[in-house]
Write a protein that binds this ligand. Structure first.
Ligand code: ADP
Ligand code: MG
Length: 610
């Protein structure tokens, strides 16, 4: 048999390598920005069209390339950043593998214009699928411009695999934010389809954080600084009361390189221990400066994973530095999380305004189709034993009237005195609703029950497109970070179905004109922000549809909270609505909404055990 092994053509080898380095437009943005940083740029401009699918251009005022270097830079393993294997352990630059440009040029139409200060003229090179199409001298400014067009034009599988523009744009923004954070002394701008998304002047890190994430971050930051023989740590951490439900805004840089490390994230979180409720994530931007000898960045082509020689020491120092910074700023462990918007929202179940809403809730009960047994199955079980009860039994007074059924199925609209129902329903510990049932005692968790009610209500509205809106007297404008803005554009239609009414209002801003009906005494802006936060959180964790996610998010964010005191009538309303649900047994997040303490169980507790 003849020999069958042969070397792959260079272009194909590059295309294969590209699979690792260039996964999506955002990877190109990352690589090109990093090259600009390594070239000593003080100003970096990023231009994208169609979320990078048709164009990504990065312009810098760095040192540029000579004619020969300009030709060389697209070769695989061509780099100016390392020479020997020892250099691998002295890496101070972002790049060193010499494969980004080769990879990008293998899967796109690339145009490079570059000029070094000493030269009069610069160089223009056009390259498509690793083939040089054109090289010529050109008049251009000092520095480099790299244009990447039609990414993956020759890899249809990759191109088709790209997500919607808003998703890809979100990834680009993420990469942009990371590099912008790591070098606040460089000025950056980002344009999408000729619209300016960011314009970040050079300055201090605090200023960069504020410019990237919003003015309100200024007051949320606590400085952190620790110098040790092993490494130096500095940066900012967010005060615990500003922690969010999504992990998004957490950044660790090692020698200015953004890295992902669950281990070090855990160190920070441990530093916050007991200062935040469970499932909340604080903001942080931490810079670790360490001798390159003590780390290995060459773990993965994207270089976001790194190995520390002494990971445990790094962990310990980060954790205690976080703890110390929070301590110094007098951040007490007794932060009052109930002060949030959710509490205001839940006032629809109490106070002055409660009457109308409670009546509405009661009315809801009678709209349940009596023939639809599925809605009642739970009650049926609860009452099953009742039918066999001796009516004269002394326990009777603790038993819910079994005529609930007959009332319930009464279509004549005859008045029902709700006081007749659930005679002994009440709340304990601002948390549980206790109600006697035939088989024992039912204990309802008010939070989970209410979440189930809201969830089903909004899910129905979304499916039937029947969400109604209450117009705001004064529309509210909201400034969003570009990531959230892109997300909102992505699910705009669904948010409107929920009952929100909003318009786009210039760059990264929207105006809310209306909110879903039935919400009263709320801070509309906070509800909207909370909804988006929770949505992002769910999206990362769960495989669910957008409808379900939105309904779950609004449920979690607007439900009653623990500690909300309910009067008996409100308790009864909640029970009514819960058992009007299709699946009353669980919260949308899977927690049980109620338990029943069976009489037998109770009796067991009183038995003489001797
Ligand atoms: P690496 O960054 O790992 O060296 P790249 O393929 O990204 O590999 O780049 C190859 C080489 O091209 C770099 O080492 C650098 O010398 C040169 N280069 C790339 N981009 C720029 C730029 N914006 N300005 C100046 N030189 C650049
Ligand atoms: Mg590079």
């Amino acid at each position: 048999m003849s020999d069958i092994i042969h070397l792959l053509p260079e272009s194909l080898a590059n295309q294969i390598a590209a699979g690792e380095v260039v996964q999506r437009p955002a990877s190109v943005v990352k690589e090109l920005i990093e090259n600009a940083i390594d070239a000593g740029a003080t100003n970096i401009r990023v231009i994208v069209k169609d979320a990078g699918k048709s164009l990504i251009q990065v312009l810098d005022d760095g040192r540029g390339m000579s004619v020969t270097d300009a030709r060389m830079c697209f070769e695989r393993h061509a780099t100016s950043k390392i020479k020997t294997s020892e250099d691998l352990f002295r890496i101070k630059t972002m790049g060193f593998r010499g494969e980004a440009l080769a990879s990008i040029a293998a899967v796109a139409h690339v145009q490079l214009k570059t000029k070094i200060r000493e030269d009069e003229l610069g160089t223009l090179i056009c390259i498509e699928g690793s083939k040089v199409i054109d090289t010529e001298p050109t008049a251009t400014v000092d520095g480099t411009s790299l244009e990447v067009k039609n990414l993956f034009y020759n890899v249809p599988a990759r191109r088709n695999f790209l997500k919607s523009n808003s998703v890809e744009m979100r990834h680009i923004i993420e990469e942009f934010q990371r590099t912008a954070l790591s070098y606040p002394e460089i000025s950056y701008s980002l344009f999408q389809n000729d619209m300016e998304v960011y314009s970040l002047p050079s300055g201090k890190l605090v200023k960069r954080i504020v410019n990237l994430f919003g003015k309100n971050y200024q007051s949320q930051l606590v400085a952190i600084k620790e110098e040790t023989p092993h490494f130096n740590l500095k940066g900012y951490i967010g005060k615990p009361e500003f922690a969010k439900k999504t992990r998004g805004e957490q950044y660790i840089f090692v020698n200015n390189r953004f890295i992902k490390s669950n281990y070090l994230n855990h160190a920070v979180m441990t530093g916050y221990e007991n200062l935040m409720p469970k499932d909340y994530y604080p903001f942080f931007v931490l810079f670790i400066e360490i001798d390159p000898n003590h780390i290995d960045v060459n773990v993965h082509p994207t270089k976001t994973e790194i190995k520390f020689i002494d990971e445990r020491t790094v962990y310990g120092i980060i954790m205690s530095a976080v703890r110390q910074s929070l301590g110094q700023h007098n951040i007490m462990p007794s932060l009052d999380y109930d002060m949030d918007i959710n509490l205001d929202l839940s006032t629809k179940f109490g106070g002055e305004n409660s009457r109308k809403t409670s009546q509405e809730l009661n009315y809801e009960r009678f709209r349940v189709d009596p023939r639809d047994k599925s809605n009642l199955s739970n009650w049926e079980e609860l009452y099953e034993k009742a039918d066999n009860q001796d009516p004269g039994s002394p326990k009777d007074q603790y038993i819910i009237e079994s005529d609930f059924h007959s009332e319930h199925t009464d279509n004549n609209g005859s008045t029902i005195q709700k006081e007749d129902l659930y005679p002994l329903t009440f709340q304990v510990h601002g948390k549980y609703i206790i109600s006697p049932v035939k088989s024992g005692v039912m204990i309802i968790n008010q939070v989970y029950a209410h979440q189930r009610i809201i969830f089903e209500n909004y899910l129905d509205n979304l499916n039937a497109n029947s969400g109604t809106t209450q117009k705001l007297l004064f529309p509210i404008s909201m400034e969003l970070n570009p990531g959230d803005y892109a997300l909102i554009m992505d699910i705009e239609e669904e948010i409107i179905r929920l009952g929100f009414d909003f318009n786009i209002f210039g760059k990264n801003s929207i105006v809310i004109n209306g909110i879903p009906s039935g919400m009263s005494d709320i801070n509309e802006k906070e509800v909207f922000e909370g909804l988006i936060e929770q949505f992002k959180f769910n999206k990362k964790k769960l495989e669910i549809s957008t409808f379900e996610n939105l309904a779950m998010s609004i449920a979690r964010y607007t439900s009653l909270k623990e500690g909300k005191v309910l009067n008996d009538e409100e308790c009864r309303s909640l029970i009514d609505r819960l058992f009007g649900c299709k699946n009353p047994n669980y919260s949308p997040y899977g927690e049980s909404t109620y338990v029943i303490l069976e009489l037998e169980q109770l009796e067991g507790y009183f038995k003489n055990r001797n």
